[in-house]
Structures are given as C-alpha cells and as structure tokens.
Design a protein around this ligand. Structure first.
Ligand code: SF4
Length: 747
C-alpha cells in the first residue's frame, strides 16, 4: 500500500507547451499504462488537472488539458533507431547507436575539423538540458556551430532588449502586474489563441477601453479589442514599424512625452525625436494603411494611461507578428522608444515586454544554446565571461570556440563546402518549422550524419541516420523559465516507456566516447539537480544570474506557498525575499515573488544606468509585393496546435478540431481570384508553392492571405516563407512575403 501510494503520488508541474507555463497537477493512472482503453487508444499514464497559479489562475487551454495524451501516443519512440544499409531505420541497442554516432563524429571531425559537427537545440528543453547541450557542443565537440529554434522565436526582441536595457528578460515584470494597467498595446500577438489563460490579465485594460491590438488580421485577440473595449489597428503586413514611428511622432508633437523621465533615465532621445519627425500620421497612413485619426487616438490613449499624466499604467507588448521580420529588431526598438518616451519601463505597473512563445524560450536563450552566448546570458566573445565559464567547466578558456553561425545561416551551410557535415538536432523539427523549409530538407540530405533526439518520429527524425528516444515533460525532473523570468520546477510523474533515456544521460554517454582528454570525467552528470547547481555557478555574475537558486530552494519556496523565483537571483539574495512595490489596481500576486520580479526600478543594467534609445526607420519587407506576387502572405498559429504540430497532431481531440492546413482570405479577394470558400487554393512565392483549403473571412485584409504553420506536406507554409533575416538578430522574416494566389481546379 505504501509503495502504491508513493508510485501514485500527484506531482505539481507545468504544461509542456508554451511560455506561460500554466500550472498543473499530474496524477499517475491507477490502471496499467500500456493497456488500451475502451476506444482502443493507449491509457494515459497520468491525468492532468489545472492548478491555481498566478499566471494561469486555474486555467488551461485545450493543449494543456490534453497534454497527457502525448506521453502514450502509439508511435512514441521507445528504442534507438539506426539507418541500415537498406536505407531503413531499424531498432538498435543504446551501445550500438551511441557507438555508431561516436565513430561517425570522429570521422567527420578528422576530415573537417571540430566545426564539421553542428548542434541545433530547442526552446522546449529544460534549463538543465539546454545548459548541458551548450557545454557538450563547446567542450566535447569543440564546435562553434550551435544555435536553436529560439532564434526563430524571440531573437529580435532579445536583441532590442539587450541594446536598450542592457538585459533581455521577456517580461521584466510579473504577468499579474498587467491586471492593473489602464492601457495595453499588443503588437503582433494573438494571445487569445496562443496562450488563452493570459487573456485574464487583459481584463483591467479592456474594462478601461484601453486594449489596443495591432495585427493585419482581426484575430481572436483583436476581437477582444474591437467590441468597444479597445482599438484594433490593422496595418499592411510588414509596416508595424511605421505604426510605432507615427505613434511616437504624435506623442512628441502633442507634448505628451515624459520629459523628466527622458532626461533622468534615457540617452539618445534627440536622435530618436529627429527620426520620427517625418512620420506624421497622414504620411504614415499612406504606408501602413491605418487611418491617421486612429493613430492619434491610440497615442493619446497611451499617454492618458501613463503614470506621468496620472494614468493607472500602460504596457507595450510585442509578439512574433512584429518580431519575425527583417526589421524585427528595429520594430521592437521603436516600441521600446515609445515606451521610454512615455516613461513606462522601470515603473511599477507600466513597461515594455516581449511575449516569449516556446515553453522554455526564455531559459533556452540564457544557458548557452545560442551561437553567440555562454551560460548566464553572457557574450561568448567577452574574455571575462569565457574565463569564468571555462573555469566552471574545468577546461582552458582558449579551448572554447568563439561565436558560431545563427540558425538560418547554420542550416543553410549544412553539407556545403566548408559547412558542417554532421548535425545533432535536439527538440526541434526544422523541416517543418524553419523558413524556406524545402531548402532545409535539401541541406539535411547533404549531411554525412544526422542525429535526432526526439519523443516521436517527427518529420526531421524520419530523415535521420540515428534517432535517439528521449524523455518528455512528465517523465523528467528539471526547471523551466517562464516568459516573465520566473524559474519553475518541472517534476516527474511517470516512468518513461521502453528504452527511453534523458538527453542528460545521452550527452554523458557521448562525452565518455568523444570528449578530449582535458574535459573532466565527471563533466556530464545525469542528475538534473546536480546539473542545475553547475548551471547556477556558471551563470554567477552574468545578466541572467541563477547562482542563488537550486532545486531544493525552488521546492521549499513552493512548499511554503510561493510560485517560482525570478532571476536574477544571485547567491547573495536573501532567500524568499518579498515583493518590491505595490501596484495600484492590480490583483495581488500570491507567489511571494522571490528573487527579482521587477527589473529596472532603480536603474537599467547599462554602463551609465540609463536606457538607450536608438533611432530606427522603416525599410520594408525583404520580399515585398510586386506584379507577379501581388498578395501578402502572413503566417501564425491556431489554438489547437503547437509549433510544427509534432505533439498536437497526435492528440485526437485537437486534430479533430483542426485537421488540415488552410488559407484565410477575404471574400473580395476570393471573388476577384475565383477562389470559392472551401475551394482549393495554390499559394506561390519565389521559393515554391503550397496548396490548401480556402476559408473566406472578412477578418483579414483584402490584400493578404493567412496560413497557420503547423503542418508538413503540400500545405506546409514554411516551404514558401522567406529565409531572409534581420541583420541584427538573425531572426527570419516568417511573417511577411509576397505570393501569387490562384484557384486549383477540381480534378
Ligand atoms: Fe499550456 Fe500555454 Fe495552453 Fe497554458 S496557455 S495550457 S502553458 S499551451
């Protein structure tokens, strides 16, 4: 009985999907996990129940509710697979699979040097796995070529945030602070579908008529604003930057800026003021299509809500819609400039933030998966950072490689002369999720070795030479960092099936076979709490300082009623320190808010303590409309699916609701092109063409089509998106390209 009780103890953990990291409790099934249920599906090894937590307040979206299904899907990978001489993937022992990988890696590196091997990580990996992967690339493989799919997710906001504030933490304030705001501007973010429980935090702004949504589609989120509770601005795709330049123009022209704040807390204002002088609303309207009076209305609405003018607070929040652009860093910079002009960042109850998407998109970028960064969010070309991290790793600083290629450049170089010939992919499905995906598929085919660690046979895994089955969320211990920099515990609730192993174990086994002699024998522990302790030491003194955190402290904080601890949490932090400041009108956060829930209250972490305003200007999309491609294509997500759909397509309840890709277009466009509602439509860009079912809707601009990106095959929209990147962040321009749209005749 005691053993049964222990085995069936409920575990408090968090959702495996997005960065809101909704809290849930998992209860192990009382029946056999591998027996079929009445409808023939495998029994779920755990059941999911939502848990009260500040971010989700007891809510879960459909993905969260059904997340346990992915643990027991029929095609779950349960044993290593190695491609044989017949070209087929066949089961192999771990010894054989790891021996094969090690032998091929040695051969590639003997011929092409250390950089002949590359690593591509994921924003869903725990902090511990992300850290170990970066360490493995740099100490065992000695390759500079590591990056991750977070480059597709929030790189532009990270670049702009680092430049302006000296640090990038998605939301530099608790998400619950939003509840007290009088105005919230959502730029390119459809939270009503991507993270539905988040909508609760918009209630205060909606009640005040202050929710502003900037999106070329009247998305589910935009509909929250255009029913009298706010404003929906519907710009031409690729012109969000113009909207922001015009808003700042109005703020300055009408004397609405917070001059005292600008003088005291910022630099660069004069150049920014000059740069927006030419963007008066009537001119902006000719480019972005948003009526000049609407631009004036939003600028005034924001100013009235700003604390310097006696308002209850205002926020500007960016998402992928404005960030996934060749001018993504500039657009986020313009949003930050506007926020600074109104005196918002670093004021309790106001600010700028980025709504990170992937479950651990925030932590994934802090611990060394990015091509230019070391753990602690340190720059890899900073000699002091290299010395510190090398000392923690027990190797010489000179052995650490320098910056590598960012994601798109890395994927484009695979198998080319001078490019990597072997690739490890962990937690990413690049042949569906990367831009210009057919080209990525070609590059993968040119490799000598592709090793994929995954939980299911994703489209990328099916191309691999070796597939290694790994644990997933409910089968592992670790930590995740939410979109607000809140470090959370992920807890194990069930055993992994078959021969499944954790990436920590796999990296340790590969290190035994491949590590140079100077790498300590115990460099890759398998216990997540031990890895976290090392991660914390490696982060000490960096912008994302975790050095005072541990699994034990996080557990103790939670047991005492807390809800995660915010970084920076240096080792000098008083344990479980209390909140700083109060928020008029905000509902109280019951987390105890240990660590540093709000950044920038006293100073910005820049050399002079001031935020840096940077002048930017509109250039336009890299692949703009033209006579042979006169329609804009924008991409995005639907509520029921997550990223490439590798998990959610395997959940029958979700798949039934949205079983296939589709293309939204305005009835006017449908009439003009002869594409009926429900008919088949061909959408062609300079990269190729896809075919999908047309859905008429007046929620989209008549010059634009929208496709969700969760599918492979004929309707896989990333086959035609552009891989042009932002020059600063290297983030690809998923969100806009030019296409031709034609009906497909019924056969
Ligand atoms: Fe999971 Fe995000 Fe849905 Fe919450 S909003 S249940 S974290 S997918």
């Amino acid at each position: 009985e005691a053993r049964w009780a222990q085995a069936h103890q409920a575990s408090d953990t968090h959702c495996p999907y997005c960065a809101l990291q909704c809290a849930m409790t998992l209860t192990p099934a009382s029946g056999p996990a591998d027996g079929p249920t009445a409808d023939g599906r495998p029994a779920l090894p755990v059941t999911v129940a939502p848990r009260e937590f500040p971010t989700n307040r007891g809510g879960l979206c459909q993905k969260g509710w059904t997340s346990a299904t992915v643990l027991g899907v029929p095609d779950r990978l349960t044993t290593p697979l190695v491609r044989g001489s017949d070209g087929e993937l066949a089961p192999a022992s771990w010894e054989a699979a790891l021996g094969f990988v090690a032998e091929r890696v040695r051969a590639v590196q003997a011929e092409h040097g250390p950089e002949g091997v590359a690593v591509f990580g994921g924003g869903g990996l725990t902090n511990e796995k992300a850290y170990a992967l970066g360490k493995f690339a740099r100490t065992v493989l000695r390759t500079p070529n590591i990056d991750y799919n977070g480059r597709f997710c929030m790189a532009s906001a990270a670049a702009a945030g680092n430049r302006a504030f000296g640090v990038d933490r998605g939301l530099p304030f608790p998400v619950t602070d939003l509840g007290g705001a009088q105005a919230i501007v959502l730029l390119g973010s459809n939270v009503a579908e991507t993270m539905p429980p988040f909508v609760q935090h918009l209630a205060g702004a909606r009640a005040a008529g202050g929710l502003v949504v900037v999106d070329p589609r009247r998305s589910a989120t935009a509909r929250l604003a255009d029913d009298g509770q706010g404003v929906h601005l519907q710009p031409v795709p690729g012109t969000d930057l113009v909207v922001l330049l015009a808003l700042l123009h109005v703020v300055l022209a009408e004397g609405l800026a917070d001059r005292a704040y600008l003088d005291e807390r910022t630099t660069g204002f004069d150049a920014v003021a000059r740069s927006v002088a030419a963007w008066w609303p009537e001119r902006a309207e000719t480019v972005c299509g948003v009526p000049a009076e609407e631009l004036r209305r939003v600028a005034r609405l924001l100013a009235v809500a700003s604390p310097s003018r006696g308002g209850r607070g205002a926020y500007l929040l960016t998402g992928r819609g404005v960030e996934q652009s060749t001018q993504g860093t500039a657009t986020v910079t313009a949003a930050i400039n506007l926020a600074l002009a109104l005196g918002l960042p670093g004021r309790v109850g106001s600010g700028y933030g980025c709504l990170t998407g992937q479950g651990n998109g925030q932590g994934g970028r802090e611990h060394g998966q990015k091509s230019d960064q070391l753990p602690g969010y340190r720059k890899i070309d900073d000699p002091a950072a290299r010395a510190h991290v090398a000392a923690v790793w027990g190797v010489g600083p000179a052995t650490l490689p320098g910056p590598g290629k960012p994601a798109v450049a890395l994927l484009s170089s695979l198998g080319t002369d001078g490019g990597p010939k072997a690739l490890f992919v962990n937690g990413s499905n690049v042949v569906v999720s990367a831009p210009n995906a057919d080209r990525v598929r070609e590059r993968l085919a040119a490799l000598d070795l592709l090793v994929v660690c995954d939980v299911v046979p994703s489209e990328t895994a099916r191309l691999a030479d070796v597939v290694l089955p790994v644990t997933q969320w409910a089968e592992e211990e670790g930590t995740m960092t939410s979109l607000e920099g809140r470090v959370l515990r992920r807890r194990r609730a069930t055993d992994p099936p078959g021969e499944v192993r954790s990436e920590l174990w796999i990296l340790g086994e590969l290190a035994k076979r491949l590590a140079p002699e100077d790498v300590p024998d115990d460099a890759f522990p398998t216990e997540p709490a031990v890895v976290f302790d090392e991660l914390a030491r490696a982060s000490a003194g960096g912008p994302a300082d975790y050095s005072g955190l541990s699994h034990a402290l996080l557990d103790a904080h939670e047991a005492a009623g807390g809800a995660g601890l915010y970084w920076p949490f240096p080792s000098s932090s008083p344990e479980l320190s209390g909140p700083r400041g109060g928020i008029p009108g905000a509902e109280p956060d019951n987390s105890g808010m240990g660590g540093t829930p709000r950044l920038f209250l006293d100073r910005f972490p820049t050399p002079d303590g001031r935020a840096r305003m940077v002048a930017v200007d509109h250039v336009g999309p890299s692949d703009d409309v033209r006579p042979d491609a006169p329609i804009y294509l924008v991409t995005g997500r639907v509520l029921q699916h997550y990223q490439s759909g590798a998990q959610t397509h395997r959940v029958p309840e979700l798949e039934r609701l949205v079983p296939e890709p589709y293309a939204e277009l305005h009835p006017q466009l449908g009439f003009r092109l002869g594409v009926p509602d429900g008919g088949r439509v061909r959408i062609a860009s300079a990269r190729g063409a896809v075919v999908a079912t047309a859905r008429w809707t007046d929620a989209i601009r008549p010059d634009t089509v929208f496709m969700p990106f969760h599918w492979s095959g004929a309707g896989s929209v990333n086959r035609i998106t552009t891989d042009a990147v932002d020059p600063i962040s290297a983030m690809p321009e998923f969100k806009v390209c030019a296409v031709d749209v034609t009906p497909v005749s019924p056969e």
